[in-house]
Structure formats: C-alpha cells, structure tokens
Design a protein around this ligand. Structure first.
Ligand code: NAD
Ligand code: 0WE
Length: 257
C-alpha cells in the first residue's frame, strides 16, 4: 500500500508546475495522500486550479500567509472537508526585489519585516493553525524549504539568508514545542533550481553552473529529487526524525576549496 494512504496534507507555496511545492504535492498524491493546495492571490489562482485538477479530490483555497484571516479560513475548510490533518508543507518565501539586489547593509526596516513575515513567521502561524487538526490525528509532520544562504553568505541572497536562518531556528523551536504531541518539524535545504522564485534572481544560470562544477555529484538537483526526500521526512521512514535540516544539494554544502 502507498505510504500516505488515508493521510491528508496542506501544501502552501505552489505557484506553477516548476514549484518545489508542486513536486512534493505530486509525490504525496502518488503515495495516496489527499491534499489541500493554497495559492497566493488571484494572479496564481488559475495556475493552481489547473494543476490541482490533475489530483484526486484536492481542495484549493487562497492563502496569503501575511493574513491571519486567510490562514484561519484555510484551516476551517480543512476541518470541514478532511476532519483532521497529517502533514503541512511550507514553501512560501519572498523578499522585495531591490532588497536582494542591493548591499545587505542597505536593507530597509520594512523590507526586513516583510521578508521575515512571509518567509519565516508564516511557518509558526501555519503550524499553530495545524496543531488542533494534527492533535486529532494523534500527531503529524511539518516540512519547510530552506537554502544554504542561511549559513553562508551568497551575493544577492541578502535578507533572504537572514529569513532562512530565522526559519531554521523556528524549525527547531517548533520541533521542541510540538514533539510531545507527536508532531515532527523538519526542513529540506535544497540546491538551486530554476523555479519562478529563482527566475527573479540576476545571474541564476551562473549559480547553477557553479554547483555543477563544484558539488560532489557534479550536478544540480531536480524538484522531483527534493520531493523524494520530502516523502522520507513526511512518511513513516522519517518517524524518528525531527528538528532536522536535511541537505538535498548534491553535496555542495560540504565543499571548501
Ligand atoms: P516558487 O516561486 O515556485 O515558490 C515560492 C512560493 O512562495 C510561490 O508559490 C509564492 O506564491 C509563495 N509566496 C510568496 N509570498 C507569499 C505570500 N505572501 N503568501 C503565500 N505564498 C507566498 O519557487 P520555489 O523555488 O519552488 O520556492 C519554494 C521554496 O523553496 C521557497 O521557500 C524557497 O526559498 C525554497 N528554495 C528554493 C530553491 C531554489 O533554488 N528554487 C532552493 C532552496 C530553497
Ligand atoms: O529562496 C530563494 C529565492 C526566494 C526569492 C526570490 C525572489 C525573486 C523575485 C525571494 N524573493 C524574491 N523576490 C523577488 O522579487 N532561493 C533559494 C533561490 C535563490 O536565490 C538566490 C540563490 C538561490 C539558490 C540568490 C542568490 C544566490 C543564490
């Protein structure tokens, strides 16, 4: 029997078919999970509805993660339709474009606030909403997506690196809080992938080539490979793993010179 049969999941962060969150949604669906997908704003609604149409019985709802009312509405709908929740995948990240291109020291107060609100705090807010629904199932699994820019300085990653450092710390604090309830909290730190978020980054092709040249596996990673690692962390194989940041980057993180 597929590993997520009878399980329900909420996936936040699908923008289009190249999204890492979409690869995870497809993998979870293929393992038998029933899913709720959210989209950020009407601009992305059509995309996400089309993708979700290829899944069985998926729930599709708007959710701007800066809006507590939208988060509450998502969990009300999930309670009504699913009666509980087994896993949450968080793949939302944003920093204003000019904050990423300028020197880090020029980061504005508002740019910093918004970047950490969307990219870090939203994991806490979404986890809190998921808590009663997961408790009802006797536990659950929460997964977010991060990048090595949390630990090392990458040109043009700037405030996003700070947001990812906060996100990874949130993973550890949430894991400590929710562990006694049987809820695990983990992150995957993925290597660079050409998604919508990446297409807004100047010189992304150069970054990809650097990974191909330097990573131990001499290649980059694909969204389906991140999804396979996600299935491990969400599914029964990961049942003793929590508060972990799993590197899925072809080994790049281990390189020096
Ligand atoms: P993506 O653009 O497909 O996904 C980013 C998502 O964030 C989009 O769906 C967007 O709608 C959502 N988002 C932004 N602001 C939001 C808001 N206010 N409310 C709700 N959603 C919001 O790109 P992706 O590369 O699949 O990114 C997914 C995650 O993976 C991000 O956390 C990103 O930092 C992380 N990541 C990406 C890479 C990469 O190279 N692509 C590498 C490591 C980690
Ligand atoms: O987390 C990210 C990027 C997230 C992101 C992207 C954008 C572009 C458009 C957040 N906010 C915005 N705002 C926009 O206006 N990644 C992990 C991808 C990424 O970005 C880099 C990378 C990698 C990898 C920037 C520099 C170096 C490497």
């Amino acid at each position: 029997m597929p590993e997520l049969t009878g399980k329900t999941g909420l996936i936040v962060g699908v923008a289009n078919k190249r999204s890492i969150a979409w690869a995870i949604a497809q993998a979870a669906a293929s393992q038998g999970a029933r899913l709720a997908l959210t989209y950020q704003g009407e601009r992305l609604e059509e995309n996400v509805r089309e993708l979700a149409a290829g899944l069985t019985d998926a729930l599709v709802m708007p959710c701007d993660v800066t809006d507590d009312a939208q988060i509450a509405a998502v969990y009300r709908a999930i309670e009504q339709e699913f009666g509980g929740l087994d896993f949450l995948v968080h793949g939302a990240a944003f920093a204003p474009r000019d904050e990423l291109s300028g020197p880090f020291v020029q980061t504005s107060r508002e740019g910093f606030r918004l970047s950490l609100d969307i990219s870090s705090y939203s994991l806490v807010a979404l986890s809190r909403g998921a808590l009663p629904l997961m408790e009802r199932r006797g536990g659950g699994s929460i997964l977010t997506l991060t990048y090595l820019g949390s630990e090392r300085v990458f040109q043009n990653y700037g405030v996003m690196g700070v947001a990812k450092a906060a996100l990874e710390a949130c993973v550890r604090y949430l894991a400590a809080d929710l562990g006694p309830k049987g809820i695990r909290v983990n992150a995957i730190s993925a290597g660079p992938i050409k998604t919508l978020a990446a297409s807004g980054i100047a010189g992304f092709s150069t970054i990809l080539q650097h990974y191909r040249d330097k990573a131990p596996l001499r290649r980059t990673v694909e969204t389906a490979e991140v999804a396979d690692a996600a299935m491990f962390l969400i599914g029964p194989g990961g049942r003793a793993v929590t508060a972990e940041v799993l590197m899925v980057d072809a080994g790049y993180h281990a390189t020096g010179m």
